[in-house]
Design a protein around this ligand. Structure first.
Ligand code: SF4
Ligand code: SF4
Length: 442
């Protein structure tokens, strides 16, 4: 059995596993001889390829292993046979090999590989689908799988969470002001949803998010640390060593600068031949969404820590200004991305750019995430504008409730949706730097 790499083959032997019912099961084990001479059993999932197709890899079975994608991929400089190796893992059913690879998260979906694939197998889309599959595999609850694969279950989960959050928030509500002349303000919002209720539910959401994120992240780190090396031979040895703290901090610094400046996305921006204008470039829009979200999170935290909740502040006060500018950037980024995805041709032709291909392959879970982001940003804007305009309409309290409920849903579902890449990608980048920095120099 070929693993698709350029490493020498390891001696292997297939041994189908017997299910509890006594019939041959759909999984099998593959015995690989390690460098140290021990045999290691590898779980094989024959349904892996069809499973990944459900997450959006439209035609990867057309791949005939020519290696064109590896020749053009910017990541294959350091990592032999990437992404061809990943495709082979999927074809062979080696799901643990597939999801434990940090390269899965280092791929920026630049699309070079799909553009050069002679079989139109869509290796870039395969990588995106594999990331969705990995998010589902890191989550033992099965929630991520439902959110990625089933619209009905996604809507049911969102609906149930929405009802629970709305019920908790309105539990001690004083209701909306009955006098139509009452100006909509922070104070009236906090009569509608009392500050202590907002505070307590918010803290509960953050604690729950932290616990779930740590669990799924722990799962990912465990897999990264035990990732099989290319070629199926050799495993990280278990020799105890002192933890290289300086390498860890240096890797953290490199990761932060890379993520915040979007260096990797800009390097892999392959729209050089037909470049789009900067305001609609993919990396720029992603940066807008990231920066806008970060600014809004910072403004909300500072508001909570430093400001009297009932106090009315002017739009040019520093924290409010940070919130308004971040909200503008965030809304711009999410709106343009949604428009681009809505108007992308579903069947991009052979001359389509990598960006056109990227937007064309939008799956249900992308929409769920994007619409959530957009609704949170737009409702936030309506509320901010209403505070400074002479209006007192009661529907604004409905907007406030929707805004808070959706923001809480967005946060609590973070480890289960596309949002999870905010956790997994920086960790993979950190791990790549860390491994490189601690490797003995020649
Ligand atoms: S270029 Fe296409 S056919 Fe060739 S190895 Fe990559 S995915 Fe397979
Ligand atoms: S999308 Fe770009 S980074 Fe990802 S595998 Fe293809 S060529 Fe490599």
């Amino acid at each position: 059995m070929c693993c698709g790499t350029w490493q020498p083959c390891a001696p292997t032997a297939w041994s189908p596993r017997t299910s509890r019912t006594g019939t041959t099961s759909s999984t099998a084990s593959w015995t690989t001889r390690r460098k140290d001479g021990d045999d290691m059993a590898t779980r094989v999932n024959p349904r892996l390829l069809s499973e990944i197709k459900r997450y959006g890899a439209f035609d990867i079975s057309a791949c005939f292993n020519c290696g064109n994608c590896t020749a053009v991929c910017p990541l294959s400089k350091d990592n032999d046979a990437f992404p061809r190796r990943m495709i082979r893992y999927a074809q062979l059913g080696l799901d643990e090999h597939l999801i434990s690879n940090k390269e899965l998260w280092l791929c920026q979906h630049c699309g070079d590989c799909s553009e050069t694939c002679p079989r139109q197998a869509g290796p870039a889309e395969f990588m995106a689908a594999s990331r969705r599959y990995a998010i589902s595999q890191f989550d033992p609850s099965g929630l991520a799988r439902s959110l990625h694969l089933s619209t009905v279950r996604s809507l049911a989960i969102m609906g149930i969470l929405g009802v629970v959050f709305a019920g908790l928030l309105l539990w001690k509500s004083a209701g909306v002001p009955t006098d139509p002349a009452t100006q909509f303000s922070t104070a009236t919002m906090l009569d509608f949803v009392p500050f202590h209720v907002l505070h307590d539910v918010g803290i509960a959401v953050f604690v729950l998010l932290a616990v779930v994120a740590l669990l799924t992240l722990g799962n990912m780190l465990w897999m990264l640390a035990h990732a099989p090396v290319p070629g199926g031979v050799g495993q990280p040895d278990g020799t105890p060593r002192r933890f290289p703290l300086s390498a860890a901090f240096r890797a953290l610094w490199l990761t932060l600068s890379e993520v915040l400046l979007h260096r990797r996305q800009r390097d892999y921006d392959n729209e050089q031949t037909r470049p789009a204008l900067l305001p609609v470039r993919r990396w720029f829009l992603h940066l807008c969404i990231l920066a806008g979200f970060g600014g809004l999170a910072a403004a909300t935290t500072l508001d909570y820590l430093l400001k009297d909740p009932d106090l009315h502040v002017m739009p040019w006060s520093p924290i409010r200004l940070l919130g308004i500018l971040s909200g503008l950037v965030f809304t711009y980024g999410t709106s343009v991305v949604i428009i681009k995805r809505l108007f992308a041709k579903r069947q991009p032709g052979p001359k389509a750019t990598a960006s056109q291909r990227y937007y064309a392959h939008t799956v249900k879970s992308d929409w769920l995430f994007l619409w959530l982001l957009w609704l949170v940003s737009v409702t936030g804007f309506v509320l901010t504008a209403a505070i400074y305009l002479p209006v007192g309409a009661t529907w604004l309290y409905g907007v406030f409730l929707v805004h808070v409920v959706l923001a809480m849903e967005l946060l609590i579902l973070m480890p289960f949706t596309k949002f999870a890449h905010v956790i997994y990608r920086p960790v993979a980048i950190w791990y790549q730097h860390f491994r490189r920095l601690r490797a003995p120099s020649n």
